[in-house]
Design a protein around this ligand. Structure first.
Ligand code: NAI
Length: 247
């Protein structure tokens, strides 16, 4: 990834932060975008001698996303790789008890946020004649969990969007794939388990390797998907879940 200009959304913590660190260590210049500008996180990488910059952007705001991509192109001249990773959870409730506002916000970030980013990323990658995009779905993009109708719908949608866009742009030298993390130890998971401790126990019990995933393990998969080692990989939803989706 040496000198590759890479955008990562949801970069302030969890999987996005681990991916930012992994890409920076491989020599990429990482634009760390988040709804809360991750100044300290980017500075830490810069202090360690890597190339990173913090950018504030709400991915559900299409105008903000357009401005961000324009800024990247103006500043660095191109966009080689992007991880559309920003996401939120919704309160765990049976489907009919999830409010319309909760559903709309989840879709706005978890699905439309990916859509917004891809539109402008692809526009730039078409101009360059190449690029690699990874969208963060979930093991929940391939299966379902009760109480998570809004989130699960979005994560299924991310895989559909990834596959379709991949068909649209494979011949244009743009690779578009998804990563489907299993239960990974991040602030998002902590919040979920704090609200429902039994869920935490159930989740680990159902993971064949018997432990949570580490954000760095998801980052390794994303790195591979964005690298030239995955040059023939298009429209794939790569599951990184300690075996959860086997059963
Ligand atoms: P996290 O909650 O630890 O981090 C998410 C980051 O996204 C935060 O820094 C947050 O500020 C940012 N964000 C939220 N809304 C945003 C918006 N509108 N615009 C820009 N940034 C925004 O979450 P985690 O666990 O790192 O999740 C990252 C991605 O991985 C999400 O898409 C999530 O759905 C997915 N995922 C996580 C799993 C897990 O077990 N942690 C499992 C499967 C998928």
């Amino acid at each position: 990834m040496k000198n590759k200009i890479t955008l990562i959304t949801g970069a302030a913590m969890g999987i996005g932060l681990a991916c930012s660190e992994a890409f920076a260590k491989e020599g990429a210049t990482v634009i760390m975008a988040d709804i809360k500008k991750p100044n300290e996180q980017a500075q830490k990488l810069v202090d360690a001698g890597y190339h990173a910059v913090a950018y504030q952007c709400d991915v559900s705001d299409v105008y903000a996303v357009k401005k961000m991509i324009e800024w990247i192109v103006l500043t660095y001249g191109r966009l080689d790789a992007a991880l559309n990773n920003a996401g939120i959870q919704t309160p765990q409730r049976p489907m009919a008890e999830i409010t319309n506002d909760e559903f709309d916000r989840t879709v706005a970030v978890d699905l439309k946020g990916v859509w917004n980013c891809m539109q402008f990323e692809i526009e730039q990658m078409l101009k360059q004649g190449e690029g690699a995009i990874v969208n963060t779905s979930s093991q929940g993009g391939l299966t379902a969990f009760s109480g998570q109708a809004a989130y699960i719908s979005c994560k299924h949608g991310v895989i559909g969007l990834t596959r379709t866009a991949s068909l649209d742009y494979a011949a244009k030298n743009i690779r578009i794939n998804a990563v489907c993390p299993g239960v990974t130890a991040t602030p998002m998971l902590e919040e979920l388990v704090t609200r429902n401790p039994k869920l935490g126990e159930d989740l680990v019990r159902d993971i064949p390797v018997g432990r949570l995933g580490k954000p760095s393990e998801i980052a390794d998969a994303v790195l591979w998907l964005c690298s030239s080692k995955a040059s023939f990989v298009h429209g794939h939803a790569l599951v990184v879940d300690g075996g959860f989706t086997i059963h």
